[in-house]
Design a protein around this ligand. Sequence first.
Ligand SMILES: *Cc1c(COP(=O)(O)O)cnc(C)c1O
Length: 358
Amino acid sequence: MSWEDNVRKVVPYVAGEQPKGQVIKLNTNEFPYPPSPMVASRMYDLAEAEIDGATSMLRKYPDMDATNLVNAISKVYDVPFENIFVGVGSDDVLAMSFLTFFNSDKDILFPDITYSFYDVWASLYRFPYKQIPLNENFKINKNDYLDVPNGGIIIPNPNAPTGVYEDPSFFEDIVKNNPDSVVIIDEAYIDFGGTSCLPFIKKYDNVLVVQTLSKSRALAGLRIGVAFGNEKLIKYLKDVKFSFNSYTMNYPSIELATVSILDVDYWKKTVNMLIETREWTKKELKRLGFSFEDSMSNFIFTKHESVSGDDIFKALREKNIFVRHWNKPRIGEYLRISIGTDDEMKKLIEALEEILNA
Ligand SMILES: *Cc1c(COP(=O)(O)O)cnc(C)c1O
């Protein structure tokens, strides 16, 4: 016997690297433009309040319900307060949701090629799960999720890292067919051209729609995620969260996320800029002999007709351009390239031309 027998051993999630210095970073799907200028402006206000010690807010515990933030989300998304849950990034929201809703001895279902945190959480909680293969075009076969006993379903839309998007009707069939389990739709990338499943929360009590401020609102560093669902789901989620750690949402991030949410014009403008750059990048990649399923996200998952994914990944790295590559079955030839600024994508295309002509 040793204390190590009592250790919960897990293989952790591996995030894309965060290189230091002057590099072109297209490996973790961060938004290439800064967050709303209202965020920096609010930061000044908060700092001023702290400098005048009498008005310090950091002295106190934050608002457990993140009321300002939830009110802002409620207003912009036209969803009642009781149907909204916020957490420290959608990773926190999803981890809490697994714990709350997938507490079953039946398999949790999700695709084999998907966000690689899902199997990590399932293993951490010791929930059984089944990874269902996508077809050769990285499409989800809807029937795999119909009439199959399960302890819960989670699917990203668009899927990551494939970028493949399905219409809400596709998910509605899955939600309708599984009234006895909770279906989580992870919409981390929905703002880049897709239609959200958010309206389903009014119609079905077993669907949770999860979004994040890390991607389209350029706030990965702030750590804010959101879940929308029936008030009963949200109540259960809050009960678990408040049994774990009530004060995860700190005061500055609640305040900064609030002004970001309210600046709808800036959000839409910068998302449209990104979409234009993505469409330009798709054309250029095709010209260079790359192929991909159409992406509705802020990244493109692509392979080259003749040069291996690993070789291109390494050659780009030599040129200080970071993209994501997994040495995993089925996707080893692929690169996931986040969409950067126009200038970054021009440099990427130039680098790829050099590599392919070498
Ligand atoms: C980025 C991402 C998340 C997590 O984002 P947070 O920064 O934790 O909000 C969740 N799901 C998918 C599919 C993602 O790509």
